[in-house]
Write a protein that binds this ligand. Structure first.
Ligand code: HEM
Length: 244
């Protein structure tokens, strides 16, 4: 057990854990984006989906998933900061060697060197995101919504549409989603590398797949707020509107 925790604390173990926990979040992001596309279907579909997730397994499934995501992001952020600090102190005496070419086609582009900053920005975004969406009901009045099947849930659709009607909020999303794309572009292939899944042949494939996924996710997440902002009137708000 001690050897196991020791291995996880080694720099290789830290990178392994970062890769694994990063991929857990990529999986979540793919599912979350697909679910969010229901905003285009309408209020009933989006609120019904949120209600389904909240009540799955008598309400237990969401807590298990949230706990898993929380532990994963905790490990990811903690290890990310500690790897960045170690890299920084290692770079001081011989900066040119550490910042030099990574061998062959260099992978040390802007996205790679800015991982800590794009990562911390995404963390800040997540806090804003949870406060304004998931926990909105704690500090603003969120009307109930009666589903077609008789169930009652919060009108999350109304919350999202009202928020995405605010220019400053959409501007933050736009900037963060671009940084999110940069973080993913480097993070995804490097996760596969840390997990020991790549060789000379498969590395270029992983780099291109990571780029495709990064573009797909950041454009996908960007598409929602921008479309809702531009076509706000078409995404009907509840009677009286929400007070943000
Ligand atoms: C622009 C697109 C997005 C929309 C419309 C959106 C919408 C929402 C909504 C409505 C909730 C609250 C769900 C509930 O209370 O049941 C939520 C929760 C959440 N969102 Fe997003 N989101 C977006 C982008 C993102 C991104 C890019 C991330 C980061 C990967 C993210 C991570 C989360 C997390 C971690 C939760 C909490 C999930 C839970 O505890 O069940 N979201 N999102």
């Amino acid at each position: 057990m001690t050897t196991f925790t020791g291995a996880l604390r080694s720099s290789l173990g830290k990178k392994y854990l970062m890769g694994f926990t990063g991929l857990v979040w990529v999986g979540f992001a793919i599912g979350h984006l697909i679910g969010n596309l229901l905003l285009f279907v309408g209020r009933e579909a989006f609120n019904g989906y949120a209600h389904f997730l909240e009540t799955l397994g008598h309400g237990a499934a969401i807590y298990v998933a949230e706990a898993f995501l929380l532990v994963a992001i905790g490990i990811h952020v903690w290890n990310g900061i500690s790897v960045a600090l170690v890299d920084k102190s290692a770079a001081r005496p011989q900066g040119y060697a550490v910042n030099g070419n990574a061998g062959g086609r260099s992978r040390k582009g802007a996205a790679s060197q800015g991982m800590i900053w794009t990562g911390l920005t995404i963390l800040g975004f997540l806090i804003l995101h949870l406060v304004t969406f998931k926990f909105a009901y704690l500090w603003q009045s969120v009307p109930d919504y009666k589903l077609a099947d008789g169930g009652v849930t919060r009108d999350l659709y109304g919350v999202v549409v009202a928020r995405f009607g605010q220019g400053w909020y959409v501007a933050i999303y736009t900037i963060v989603m671009l940084l999110f794309g940069m973080h993913l572009k480097h993070g995804v292939w490097s996760a596969f590398q840390s997990l020991g899944l790549l060789n000379k042949k498969t590395t270029p494939l992983a780099v291109n797949a990571a780029l495709a996924l990064a573009v797909l996710l950041s454009i996908g997440f960007l598409f929602l707020p921008v479309t809702i902002f531009v076509m706000n009137q078409s995404f009907a708000t509840p009677a009286g509107g929400l007070h943000l």
